[in-house]
Design a protein around this ligand. Structure first.
Ligand code: SAH
Ligand code: SF4
Length: 362
């Protein structure tokens, strides 16, 4: 059996059955998979870890995804939007700490005021930092014009998970209405890439109804889309959502965590030089979750810079770390001595060669 996975890991190209075999390898074989992924990271990216300071800009959301704690119909959440000064202060904290880049994330809001505010914030941050702080956006589905305006303002990366690349599975985890259409989601991902952003996508791992086959197809989807960044995390129930109303199943959380490590390793082996996030959801299940993800091929960490008093409002899933134990400076999840054998790179945007190669080929 061990030689089976070893042979697959030796191959230059992997087909769907190889991907499935890697995802389904035994407990004994998994370390081989993880070591291979780590060696690919080392070879292509030199074991550098990049940082993105996360600013959770607003929890106002027009959507109603069945898994998410800030969905529109969760009326137990106090809604907030950071003021311009609060965002700029968080961005300047990132700049002062030399993190190199930030990611501004929020619920989905397509109002004119919101779109204008994001544009203005991006311009202001570029101007205050002389363009030295990289800016990632993650504001969900928007029009081409909006993506274009934000890109022109100076944002250069966009995180936009497809959530589930199978249309059938996507439909099972979203309401069946005009606001939640798989094809619209896919179209937005294409537009984001066409507008010039470094494009990030990903899926949740361990969703209800999800099979191994779905996960293998998710990897193929990301490869065929030629994405530049990948963010994946275990699905974690939120009790105030339709998919979480029966409570969290701790036993299965560990399974989802382990499967996410395998997904990270396989994506690294298949896509080699993209940026892969060690997500906060990994840290939620296991205190050392991000470090474990990095040892399996992830290379990006997102310390949270959202002001302390708003953290409780951005619980997309329950148990999210960093809203009780933060220090007075509103920073959590930043531990620069984190992983032996890796270098945390300060003061750089943290682009990998993947994006420039993709653009040069196009
Ligand atoms: N509104 C934007 C970005 C914020 S949500 C968007 O939807 O694109 C960020 C991510 O949180 C989502 O893409 C989803 O993958 C993840 N998420 C939401 N609910 C979750 C849950 N219960 N468990 C794990 N991840 C979840
Ligand atoms: Fe809103 Fe994003 Fe949560 Fe869906 S996943 S409910 S779009 S914040």
């Amino acid at each position: 059996m061990t030689s089976g996975i070893a042979n697959i890991l030796e191959k230059r190209d992997h087909d769907r059955s190889d991907i499935l075999a890697m995802l389904q390898c035994s407990e004994e074989e998994a370390p081989l998979l993880f070591r291979k992924a780590a060696s690919v990271t080392d070879r292509y990216l030199g074991n550098n870890v990049y940082l993105r300071g996360l600013i959770e800009y607003s929890n106002m959301c027009g959507k109603n995804c069945l898994y998410c704690g800030v969905r529109r119909d969760n009326h137990t959440v106090a809604r907030y939007t950071l003021s311009k000064d609060e965002v700029l202060e968080a961005a300047m904290t990132a700049y002062r700490l030399n993190l190199g880049s930030i990611a501004i994330q929020s619920g989905e809001n397509t109002s004119t005021a919101f779109i204008d505010n994001v544009e203005e914030l991006v311009r202001e941050i570029v101007s205050l930092t002389g363009g030295r702080l990289g800016i990632t956006l993650s504001q969900g589905e928007q029009s081409r014009e909006t993506y274009h305006r934000w890109f022109e303002a100076g944002a250069h990366r966009y995180l936009f998970r497809i959530e589930a690349s199978s249309e059938a599975l996507y439909r099972k985890i979203h309401p069946d209405d005009q606001m939640h259409r798989y094809h619209r989601r896919l179209e937005c991902l294409k537009i984001i890439q066409e507008e010039g952003y470094q494009t990030g996508t990903g899926v949740m791992v361990g969703l209800p109804y999800q099979t191994m086959s779905h996960l293998a197809d998710d990897v193929i989807f990301m490869r065929d889309f030629n994405i530049d960044m990948c963010g994946m995390g275990p699905f974690i129930e939120h009790s105030a959502t339709p998919l979480g109303s029966r409570g969290t199943d701790n036993l299965f959380l560990r399974e989802r965590f382990n499967m996410t490590l395998r997904m990270i390793a396989v994506v690294r082996i298949i896509m080699k030089d993209i940026n892969i996030v060690a997500s906060t959801a990994m840290q939620t299940v296991d205190r050392a979750g991000r470090e474990k993800a990095i040892a399996c091929g992830a290379n990006v960490v997102m310390p949270n810079l959202s002001p302390a008093k708003y953290r409780e409002g951005y619980l997309i899933y329950e148990g999210k770390p960093g809203y009780r134990e933060i220090n007075g400076e509103n920073i959590s999840g930043l531990d620069l001595g984190m992983i032996p054998g890796t270098t945390v790179c300060l003061g750089v945007w943290g682009d990998t060669p993947h994006y420039s190669n993709r653009v040069a080929k196009a």
